[in-house]
Design a protein around this ligand. Structure first.
Ligand SMILES: C[S@@+](CC[C@H](N)C(=O)[O-])C[C@H]1O[C@@H](n2cnc3c(N)ncnc32)[C@H](O)[C@@H]1O
Length: 285
């Protein structure tokens, strides 16, 4: 797994600017996709044999992978509920993934029935499945096809939906996508999104990582297929991604340990060498 050392936010250059990638990934049923492999690991049905084969290899290398991903989704539900409880009524889900139950809009509406959500993804299959939500008549959900590296285009498109007003606080979700970015790019993305929206906005961030040789074995299996590159970020890298933002208690921890807004961790660190690290941060006034 590739590792990195981040630089300070003030000197960041977005890595993707040096190797600009096209807005959407091409649909190729003969190659795995990030979204479909993840869907299979979560127990979904929107995946192909090639995705299941890769997922099976990942599960062999790291048997707790499915449990770890379910814990990540459970954290996301707690984080969305908590931010909605802080008065946030608009959400931008960056790298949304295939629909899974409950989706971000369903979770947010448990606390704020009027919550609006813009789902962003660069996978055409994801866009097509998410679009069914809009086709089914949910007027407070929008789907934005695009590459999250292109922050300006993504935010402009989200605003054009009429559901997102970045002059008011918004919650941006970067869940399980930053391990597909090198460290400087991940830090720059968080910084760019956070500085483009109103003070009082929130960013929810999670990413997968591993200790020791597991990192190389897991990412090596994934990266060999050539459809994505996985990076291993440390907790210190994470703190740098959130530099300049107010980190919500309990801070950076494993997803399964966090009850947003509470200092005490829910459980001691689980004894496994693969984790999803998570945090919520607030854009200062
Ligand atoms: C592992 S899934 C995570 C889904 C969801 N955020 C969650 O945590 O449950 C990552 C998603 O990010 C999308 N993605 C990856 N790179 C992206 C990019 N550069 N721009 C937009 N979406 C991206 C993938 O297509 C996939 O749907």
């Amino acid at each position: 797994m590739e590792s990195n050392k981040n630089q300070s936010l003030s000197t960041l250059m977005l890595g993707s600017e040096r190797r600009r990638i096209s807005a959407m990934v091409a649909f190729d049923p003969g190659s795995p996709s990030i979204a479909r492999v993840y869907d299979y690991l979560l127990g979904g049905k929107d995946n192909f044999a090639v995705d299941r084969e890769l997922a099976a290899k990942l599960m062999k290398i790291y048997p707790p992978v499915r449990q770890t991903l379910r814990e990540s989704r459970a954290f996301l539900r707690r984080a969305i509920n908590w931010t909605a409880g802080q008065g946030i009524g608009q959400f931008i889900d960056l790298g949304a993934g295939l629909p899974t139950s409950p989706n971000i809009h369903e979770t947010a509406r448990q606390t704020n029935p009027w919550a609006t959500v813009a789902y962003v993804d660069n996978d055409p299959i994801v866009i097509s499945h998410l679009s069914a939500l809009v086709a089914a008549g949910d007027e407070r959900v929008a789907v934005v096809p695009g590459d999250l590296h292109d922050t300006e285009a993504v935010l402009s498109a989200a605003k054009l939906t009429g559901l997102i007003d970045t002059s008011r606080p918004v919650c941006m979700v970067l869940a399980l996508v930053l391990h597909f970015c090198d460290g400087p790019t991940a830090a720059a993305l968080v910084h760019r999104y956070a500085t483009a929206v109103a003070p009082g906005s929130y960013v929810i961030v999670t990413f997968g990582r591993a200790d020791g040789t597991l990192a190389d074995r897991f990412a090596g299996t994934y990266n060999r297929r050539g459809f994505a590159t996985m990076y291993n970020h440390s907790p210190d890298d994470f703190a740098e991604f959130l530099d300049g933002l107010e980190i919500v208690p309990p801070g950076i921890a494993e997803a399964c340990q966090i009850m947003p807004g509470h200092q005490a961790l829910l459980i001691p660190p689980p004894a496994k060498d693969g984790q999803v690290l998570a945090a919520i941060a607030r854009v200062p006034e």
